[in-house]
Design a binder for this molecule. Sequence first.
Ligand SMILES: [Ca+2]
Length: 232
Amino acid sequence: MMKKMITITITVMMLLSVLFVGVNAESNETLSTQNTILYGDADGDGEITIIDATRIQRHLVGVNPLISEENRKAAIVSGDDELSVIDVTLIQRRLSEIISRFPVEEQAQQPTETEDPVLMMAIDGTPVTVAWEDNEAVTALKEYCRDLILTIPLSMYGGFEQFGSIGTSLPRNDVQTTTHSGDIVLYSGDQIVVFYGSNSWAYTRLGHITDKSQDELTALLSNGDITISLSY
Ligand SMILES: [Ca+2]
């Protein structure tokens, strides 16, 4: 009875040790396959040689297709997502030291272009160029009309301005101001005012229309109520 127990225990221990070694070997294998791409190394031997160029040529004529997705990725050195004779030529040029880097590597280096969005304004559908102030009110206005077209109906007032409700309150920093034709200001924190004449009051400056003469602004703004649209 005792002998039998010992035999079973030894058998279980042996089985466990075999399982343990098996698990270890598997995790090592997973680690070694996670490598970065060496562009140009189409056969995956860790070097860029003339054999890689030949290998792609053979693939292109259907003699010996590249099997793995990693090899295919490494072979596309042009950066255009398509394996072609251009990749062969580029590898040959790199080997002849005519180029030192592949286009795909240049692409990876370039920072992605980020164009600053501009707060756009139109008066009854006519786009106008505005030099916006760099202040909290304008920043908040940009956020308010981000990804939408904000339309604001304005009413003529006093023979010098058009004003209307923005629909929200913006951070105000009112100072006594004498306005001129083309000025855009914030009044009372939640009204936008566009001038074609002059007035003196406490306003927060928002911007100034730069691409219209006084006559053009008078024509746009003094012939009845208007609608402005803002987008960012
Ligand atoms: Ca190679």
